[in-house]
Write a protein that binds this ligand. Structure first.
Ligand SMILES: *[C@@H]1O[C@H](CO)[C@@H](O)[C@H](O)[C@H]1NC(C)=O
Ligand SMILES: *[C@@H]1O[C@H](CO)[C@@H](O)[C@H](O)[C@H]1NC(C)=O
Ligand SMILES: *[C@@H]1O[C@H](CO)[C@@H](O)[C@H](O)[C@H]1NC(C)=O
Ligand SMILES: *[C@@H]1O[C@H](CO)[C@@H](O)[C@H](O)[C@H]1NC(C)=O
Ligand SMILES: *[C@@H]1O[C@H](CO)[C@@H](O)[C@H](O)[C@H]1NC(C)=O
Length: 365
């Protein structure tokens, strides 16, 4: 009896590891207004459509009326050009809408404390996935660590959700904070490990011109002076029990622009006096490359942080260039991660970042 159970366990383990593929995933967000048929789907294994929201009185998933035509046709549109790409629907869990960057997930945690609310949430998520042909659900819960609440009941929700999606053969992924622990709470890593197919980490936006008055490496792979870096977060997740094979690296196709205090002091960490160029300083990779070529400026690659930057007069822009993206994907492979996930796909320029990330010619040492 014991041997039989062991044998079944072993064969399931083997099956699970054999089915591991390298994940090349990316978000498409309605707010980008980028035409879905223009996505180069051949460059991705999974595409995540963002976002469905949670109705705070029914605890069911809802779509914004203006998003509905795009989200409801997402799966059929991307399957036309790549029948094997897997579409996932992402669920926003912050109290505020997603243009509000300083939110927390307190209302979502309240849902997890009530069995009837959990049931409404879970059933409606599966119903919506099925109605629109999604093959998985993605829980975008990156601000959990700023929220006081009961993490035990969050773990219960994850258990119940897993049981329900298994019956439907849906994928379950989480968009998580770059590191599992912060001020108020930590992720229930054991429950996350058991219940999610993978966690893709938000390994960017570590520094923004809205918050930091110095030029920051917003997507630093390493940082000799601070824990706000990708390698630190990945190691923390692994240390707390999430295996590397369930971690997916976040890649940012955007950068940030600061205004320098002194144009001659323009390295990483130089004094800055706030936002430049756009309303929050964020710029797509596509825009950055156009901007730099209009000034005939080449970015500097800094291997200490693994990021690129450039100064034009008193403007300073930090971002991930082709070389940066390639080095990050090489890091993900060396570290034994499951793949990468892009925020967000339409910010690329002629698909050059996605092509660089997807190239399979890494010479791993
Ligand atoms: C949430 O559900 C309630 C009750 O069905 C409904 O009146 C309300 O319009 C819904 N809100 C949204 C944003 O869909
Ligand atoms: C979470 O956000 C709400 C507003 O949506 C706010 O009232 C509450 O104080 C916040 N909680 C924490 C722990 O920051
Ligand atoms: C959290 O939820 C669990 C399970 O329902 C319960 O046993 C525990 O008392 C709760 N903890 C707090 C601090 O509310
Ligand atoms: C930058 O911000 C820090 C922390 O908020 C503050 O202590 C410092 O005085 C600020 N520096 C400048 C030049 O504004
Ligand atoms: C990267 O930038 C930092 C901060 O300006 C600097 O100290 C470091 O030497 C740079 N690294 C390289 C390899 O140039």
């Amino acid at each position: 009896m014991t041997l039989l159970v062991f044998y079944i366990f072993l064969s399931l383990q083997l099956k699970a590891s054999a089915s591991h593929t390298w994940i090349k995933s990316g978000y498409w967000y309605t707010g980008s207004e980028y035409p879905i048929p223009n996505i180069n789907t051949a460059l991705f294994t999974h595409l995540i459509c963002a976002f469905a929201y949670i109705n705070s009185s029914t605890h069911e998933l809802v779509l914004l009326t203006s998003d509905e035509p795009y989200i409801s046709s997402f799966t059929s549109t991307i399957k036309k050009s790549n029948p094997s790409v897997k579409p996932l629907l992402s669920i926003w869990t912050e109290n505020e809408g997603c243009e509000h960057k300083d939110g927390n997930s307190s209302k979502f945690l309240l849902i997890t404390e009530n069995p009837a609310y959990r049931k409404s949430f879970i059933e409606s998520s599966i119903k919506m996935a099925r109605a629109y042909g999604f093959e998985g659900l993605d829980l975008y819960v990156t601000t959990l660590l700023k929220t006081k609440g009961n993490i035990t009941t969050l773990g219960i929700l994850f258990n119940e959700w897993r049981a329900a999606v298994d019956e439907e053969k849906l994928i379950l992924t989480m968009g998580g904070h770059f590191s599992p622990e912060l001020d108020l709470v930590s992720y229930p890593v054991d429950s996350v490990r058991r219940n999610f197919d993978w966690v893709h980490v938000q390994s960017y936006d570590f520094h923004t011109p809205k918050i930091d008055n110095f030029t920051g490496a917003h997507s630093a792979l390493y940082d000799p002076f601070s824990h706000k870096n990708t390698d630190y977060g990945i190691n923390e997740w692994i240390k707390r029990g999430l295996p590397a094979s369930k971690l997916v690296l976040g890649l940012a196709y955007h950068g940030y622009a600061w205004t320098l205090v002194d144009p001659k002091d323009n390295g990483i960490g130089a004094l800055a006096k706030g936002i430049a160029i756009t309303i929050d300083g964020s710029l797509s990779y596509d825009y950055i490359k156009k901007y730099l070529s209009s000034y005939r400026v080449n970015p500097v690659y800094n291997s200490t942080y693994v990021m690129s930057y450039c100064a034009i007069g008193s403007f300073w822009i930090g971002f991930d260039d082709v070389e940066t993206i390639r080095n990050k994907v090489a890091y993900a492979k060396e570290k034994g991660l499951l793949g990468y996930n892009v925020w967000q796909v339409p910010n690329d320029r002629n698909w050059e970042l996605s092509k660089a990330a997807g190239k399979n010619d890494y010479n791993l040492s």
